[in-house]
Design a protein around this ligand. Structure first.
Ligand SMILES: [Fe+2]
Length: 395
């Protein structure tokens, strides 16, 4: 969950970075579109690689019709936009150096003052699309021959953020991150739902097993809580033996039902306060076979039948009811056997008080290799010595 929250922080940072970049680009392009650019040129034959004004004196003649002036000239101008942005709101100042008057003009508004021509475009020349050229011109009358000395062109360029590859790159990154984020969130919620439902099923299973264990223990009032304690000891032993968390839980559940066969034993014998005769003792022993029979169809939990059937087998083969020996006895049964015997010793009986932990430990050690698996006894002893076994001596 912590990792997921970490992921959300990364997404938040990424989104913030992308949005700041996009807003930054929008502001930049807006500012660029409002900026007034200036190009200065000196040559009539300007370089067409940049925005420029080219000029040509296309005609000249001796002026006779205007008193005080003796020359007439026609100038044609071309404004060139070789760039990739639209040009608008432009104005030019063309410097001829000496005075003249305007006779006529086209494609713009012209003003002459002290040899300087100011040009403002009309509706035909106002906007230049990328790679477009437009012409304008005038006829002037003067005393001297006129020549363009230099010019200044002022313009605005309509830079569009949509023309920028960087903008689309950031937008695509934002979209991609958004898609991944939504997928991630969807999976996280789905996973959380699944986990919740798994936890519910697990809780139902745990409660069901505990209820079964309580039913079993209710049959024998002298062993209250026996099944749950054996299950816990068996789980601890398996953990110490290197079982995984999942396997330990399986051992716990199997431990809870190890005495399920007692359901089939009459209460008269189970709850008999005095000592048992041989026949009664034999009847009690049948609880392992009854348990094995009850659980024979419980296939979903492997070894659960073995736990009930073989937990009274002995390492030396003198146990019951199948007289299995050593490692013929399934490991789960050998684990439960040690757990079961330890709890039996440390629980009170009608004919005796609970034995001490020290005594139980000695008994386990004494019987390692005869009654108990000699490799499991040291594991149990170690758990007891480490204080890992929750022993509550009941009197
Ligand atoms: Fe038993």
């Amino acid at each position: 969950m912590k990792g997921k929250i970490g992921n959300r922080k990364i997404y938040a940072v990424l989104f913030a970075v992308y949005i700041v970049l996009l807003i930054g680009m929008l502001i930049y392009y807006k500012q660029m579109s409002n900026k007034i650019f200036v190009v200065k040129g000196t040559s009539a034959e300007a370089d067409r690689s940049g925005i420029c004004i080219m000029s040509e004196r296309s005609k000249e003649w001796a002026e006779t019709g205007t008193p005080g002036y003796d020359k007439g000239m026609e100038y044609d101008f071309i404004i060139v936009n070789p760039g990739d942005a639209e040009i608008y709101d432009w104005q030019a100042e063309i410097n001829f150096g000496t005075g003249f008057v305007i006779d006529s003009s086209w494609n713009g508004t012209f003003e002459a003052s002290d040899g300087r021509l100011t040009v403002k475009p009309d509706e035909r020349t106002a906007v230049l699309q990328p790679e477009e050229e437009k012409t304008f011109g005038l006829v002037m009358i003067s005393l001297n021959e006129q020549q363009v000395l230099d010019y200044s062109l002022y313009y605005k360029a309509n830079y569009k953020y949509t023309d920028s590859p960087a903008f689309w790159l950031v937008a695509a990154a934002l979209l991609l991150t958004l898609t991944v984020f939504i997928t991630d969130e969807y999976n996280r919620r789905r996973y959380s739902k699944l986990r919740k439902s798994r936890e519910e099923i697990h809780a139902i299973l745990m409660d069901s097993f505990t209820t079964f264990a309580n039913i079993i223990d209710a049959k024998d009032p002298y062993t209250q809580g026996h099944s749950l304690r054996v299950a816990e000891y068996a789980r601890l032993i398996s953990g110490k033996m290197g079982y995984s968390e999942e396997e330990q839980e399986r051992v716990y559940w199997i431990g809870m039902l190890h005495d399920i066969g007692k359901i089939g034993i009459t209460d008269v014998i189970l709850q008999k306060p005095g000592s048992l005769d041989n026949e009664e003792y034999y009847t009690i022993q049948t609880h392992v076979d009854i348990g094995g029979a009850i659980l024979k169809d419980f296939n979903a939990l492997s070894d659960i039948t073995a736990g009930a059937q073989y937990h009274h087998e002995r390492w030396d083969g003198k146990g019951y009811s199948k007289h299995l020996k050593g490692k013929e006895i399934p490991q789960i049964a050998r684990i439960i056997c040690v757990a079961d015997s330890f709890d039996a010793m440390t629980s009170p009986r009608v004919y005796r008080k609970a034995l001490t932990v020290e005594f139980a430990k000695e008994e386990l050690e004494k019987c390692a290799g005869t009654q108990f698996d000699p490799e499991i006894v040291p594991v149990m002893i170690k758990l007891i010595d480490e204080g890992a076994v929750p022993i509550e001596i009941r009197s």
